[in-house]
Ligand binder design. Structure first.
Ligand code: HEC
Length: 186
């Protein structure tokens, strides 16, 4: 019995040492391709995406959604902050994505897609804390909670938003320049 236990313990120790040495050698070998232009393998995508979803899901319930996110003043404050901080990556309804946005892996999600159902507590979590190793910055250090809630208020209005709505909210003219927009001069 004692010998069996010793054998099991010995095998576990040796296996752990071999696995740790293998992981160390792999990390130092340079074999893993970190290029943003090389897509994640399916397994890596699944593992990182699941980790992110569960991590955000576990933390977002602590964010108490304030009243008044549907106020026009709140939405327009968020629209201005969006143009300042987010448009480079998340884009706008009718413009081609920036070179920065196109070069990111994973790609920043389309916040204007008509099928999106924004969850304010979840969006607050994403904006305030960001997501490691994806390019999504955390804005906790630079924006107040009030500013982040204003961004959340704006994101409540973006699903299905047209270029014209976006232009009215932000003052950025769409490339197609429909005639009912303010500031049509170049
Ligand atoms: C440098 C590029 C970059 C900037 C700037 C950026 N984001 Fe992101 N954002 C990303 C990427 C990449 C993801 C995807 C993260 C992932 O896959 O886990 C993301 C994810 C998100 C999500 C989660 C969407 C979802 O449901 O999956 C929200 C919400 C979001 N960003 C909002 C914002 C807002 C608001 C701003 C500005 C205050 C902003 N982002 C600025 C790159 C960016």
């Amino acid at each position: 019995m004692k010998r069996t236990l010793l054998t099991i313990a010995g095998t576990l120790v040796i296996t752990s040492v071999v696995v740790a040495a293998g992981a160390y050698a792999f990390v130092n070998s340079g074999i893993y391709d970190v290029s943003a232009t090389t897509p994640h393998s399916r397994m890596m995508y699944w593992a990182t995406h699941q980790t992110m979803e569960h991590s955000v899901g576990r933390r977002m319930d602590a964010n108490v959604v304030p009243a008044g996110l549907d106020l026009p003043t709140e939405i327009s404050a968020g629209a201005a902050l969006y143009v300042e901080n987010c448009v480079t990556c998340h884009g706008s309804p009718d413009r081609e994505r920036s070179a920065i946005s196109q070069g990111l892996n994973p790609q920043p999600p389309d916040l204007f897609s008509a099928t999106r159902e924004p969850d304010p507590a979840e969006n607050f979590q994403f904006i305030k804390y960001g997501v490691k190793m994806t390019g999504m910055p955390g804005f906790a250090g630079t924006q107040t909670d009030e500013q982040i809630w204003a961004l959340v208020a704006f994101l409540n209005t973006t699903p299905g938003q047209t270029a014209v709505d976006f232009a009215h909210a932000t003052g950025i003219r769409p490339t197609s320049r429909p005639s009912d927009l303010p500031n049509q001069e170049n």
